[in-house]
Design a protein around this ligand. Structure first.
Ligand code: PTT
Ligand code: SF4
Length: 610
């Protein structure tokens, strides 16, 4: 098998054992890598009803057959598990040297089960593995712990790790790396902490196995040159994802005051243009010439790497219009290993709950000092922070007085930073995202706005969501590479089947990669349905209530809301196009068409399939 290493490292922390296992070519071809591998392993091996924070849960770090080759933006990996935030399938994508090093160690994926007796970290040096004591790392923030690990294992080590919030099993804890990379929004950091696992430290010295290395090398060089020539390249290098702040403000989609509004009076103060003037350096993932991590000095004189989601969820959404202070909250999240989107949403939820006198907390919109205290309390699960550490869905359920009405989430995962009071297509994307409300799979908002937002509930929007889910959520998450060359600069998609063939020798087409996306999607959906059984319903694919019930009160779209019946028709159109039934469950014939016959038979044990 070329392209793939063909090896999976199984780590049982309870027994303190690691086993290197070969996987079959059939598995590789059917599920390809990354998210595809992760969902298949979870489907096959995770016992139904497993508590996500118990030793029995599985935590998977999975690269794909393109990861690590010197081709554009290939330094990524998927981190997946059953989510402690949603109870369903959860994953995230992180760019880090650890992805490249894992592949160079001859291993494609690591699967961790059990719980170490005491704080530990996993060291992989090529195929030599060791579970080591992490007593002196436990309690340290992610910056300090990574620095110590690099002092011990060398600067070339790839490290993915958790901060204090993961250790404390905060359900909105993510996994972090390299002082500004994060992956695993739906609580993957908490799962790592529940296993007493502080870090993975990875070294690899092997050549990656391509079927046609010289062709892949030539294609890589040509692709990097093609990216440099793209029209938008220079602007992207100046602002990266931060350009989205001004765009969202212009189109009334900037999350503001807990998604009450789509415009923020102080948007200019946190925009990409403001950031450009104070950037001190740029960082990024391995094998990338688009380096989009823009670093500024925060209000306390420390480095903080900004991205659109971080700045808006910790800025406009909590009413804070000072970029350096926002950067401080962002840096704190990276140190604690808290997901910035969910943390921002939790702070905004707390501000609104305090305003409505549902929560006895001294905090108001834009209140930087109390936001800092609250973040620290969330990371350590103290006082009100303990409640918020559960995520806004659970926090809303625990507070009385209708707090659930302003808990902004889908399936328990807090919404990323796009207000959808008048974006039904993007609302459908959040509603049907396979991990809860994340934009990563189908960021259709730009297309939706540019193609006539007021043709509001056109079923064409369901087609677009599916198209993007196939490309972004299926193909990129399984190959595994960064999607930014394509979505941000228009780098052509047909490069990807060509890379795949040069790496693996398997001839494929974009259509086949989209079918892979459909297969992975059907299986992620099957995972959710199997876990939720009788309590699964199409209502789980609905966006937050606020967008239906509370019109925008400001800006050019003042008075707008989503319409429930129209949304439901759009959802129905989506199900029909996917070959899913009225409950949002893939039909038997859809499963068979996607080569998931055995998986359909397993699902039928728990739910009737149409
Ligand atoms: C991703 C989510 C995002 S999406 C952002 S900013 W974005 C937030 N970043 C966080 C952070 O930083 N620190 C922190 N403590 N929490 C954070 N939470 C948020 O996490 C990221 C880039 C970005 S920046 C995006 S969109 C793209 N995402 C990709 C993806 O999902 N798949 C893929 N194949 N390529 C992608 N390329 C881009 O990568 P989650 P990164 Mg991220 C500091 O993890 O769980 O998926 O949530 O990986 O290496 O940081 O790069 O405007
Ligand atoms: Fe990483 Fe940004 Fe490069 Fe993508 S574009 S690989 S997120 S640095």
């Amino acid at each position: 098998m070329k392209g793939w290493n063909g090896k999976l490292l199984r780590v049982d922390l309870t027994k303190g054992k690691t086993v290197l296992q070969e996987y079959s070519g059939e598995f590789a071809k059917r599920f390809v890598g990354g998210r595809g591998f992760a969902v298949k392993l979870l489907w096959d091996e995770l016992r139904l009803g497993t508590d996500p924070l118990s030793p029995e849960n599985m935590l998977i770090f999975a690269t794909g057959p393109l990861t690590g080759f010197v081709i554009p933006n290939s330094g990524k990996m998927v981190i997946a598990s059953k989510s402690p935030l949603t109870g369903g399938y959860g994953d995230g994508n992180i760019g880090t040297q650890a992805s490249v090093n894992l592949r160079k160690s001859g291993i494609d994926a690591v699967m961790v089960t059990g719980k170490a007796e005491k704080p530990s970290y996993l060291l992989v040096e090529d195929e030599k593995t060791e579970i080591r004591d992490a007593a002196d790392l436990w309690g340290l923030d992610s910056y300090k712990a990574e620095e110590k690990l690099k002092e011990a294992h060398g600067r070339a080590a790839g490290v993915v790790l958790i901060g204090q919030s993961g250790e404390n099993q905060v359900r909105i804890a993510t996994v972090v790396s390299q002082e500004g990379r994060a992956g695993g929004r739906p609580g993957m950091g908490a799962v790592m902490g529940s296993k007493n696992l502080k870090a993975l430290v990875l070294h690899g010295t092997k050549e990656l196995p391509a079927i046609d290395p010289s062709q892949l090398k030539d294609m890589g060089q040509e692709s990097y040159r093609a990216i440099l020539k793209k029209d938008n390249y220079k602007f992207w290098k100046r602002q990266g994802t931060m350009a989205t702040v001004e765009w969202c403000q212009e189109h009334s989609t900037l999350p503001t005051h807990n998604f009450r509004e789509g415009v923020f009076d102080e948007a200019d103060a946190i925009s990409g243009t403001t950031m450009e003037k104070i950037v001190t350096k740029q960082r990024g993932c391995p094998n990338c010439n688009m380096t989009c991590g823009n670093v500024i000095e925060d209000s306390e004189g420390r480095e903080s790497e900004l991205d659109y989601e971080n700045v808006t969820m910790l800025g406009s959404d909590i009413g804070l219009g000072d970029i350096r202070k926002v950067a401080t909250l962002n840096r704190m999240c990276d140190e604690f290993g808290l997901d910035t989107i969910s943390a921002g949403s939790a702070i905004a939820f707390a501000m609104e709950a305090a305003e409505k006198k549902l929560l006895d907390l001294d905090i108001t919109w834009g209140d930087f000092e109390n936001a800092k205290t609250l973040l620290t309390d969330i990371a350590h699960r103290r006082d009100a922070g303990d409640l918020l550490s559960l995520g806004v869905k659970r926090a809303g359920e625990k507070l009385s007085g209708g707090a659930s009405n302003f808990a902004i989430h889908v399936k328990g995962l807090e919404c990323s930073a796009y207000d959808c009071h008048l974006c039904p297509g993007m609302a459908l994307s959040f509603g049907t995202s396979p991990i809860g409300a994340h934009h990563k799979d189908a960021w259709v908002i730009s297309w939706e706005i540019s193609t006539g937002r007021r043709a509001e509930y056109n079923p064409e929007k369901a087609d677009k969501v599916i198209e993007f889910q196939r490309i972004r959520g299926g193909m990129f998450e399984s190959l595994v590479t960064c999607r930014f060359p394509w979505i941000e600069l228009g780098f052509e998609l047909d490069w990807y089947p060509r890379y795949f063939e040069a790496a693996t020798g398997v001839k494929t087409s974009l259509d086949e990669l989209y079918t892979l996306g459909d297969r992975v999607y059907a299986l992620m959906r099957a995972f959710w349905v199997r876990e939720f059984g009788g309590s699964w319903s199409r209502q789980m694919d609905y966006p937050p209530r606020r967008w239906f019930d509370e019109p925008l009160t400001k800006g050019p779209l003042k008075g707008s809301t989503l319409d429930r019946d129209e949304y439901d028709s759009l959802l129905q159109a989506y199900y029909g196009k996917r070959g899913w039934d009225d409950r949002g469950i893939p039909t038997k014939s859809t499963m068979n068409r996607l080569d998931l016959g055995a998986e359909a038979a397993e699902l039928e044990k728990y739910v009737r399939l149409e």
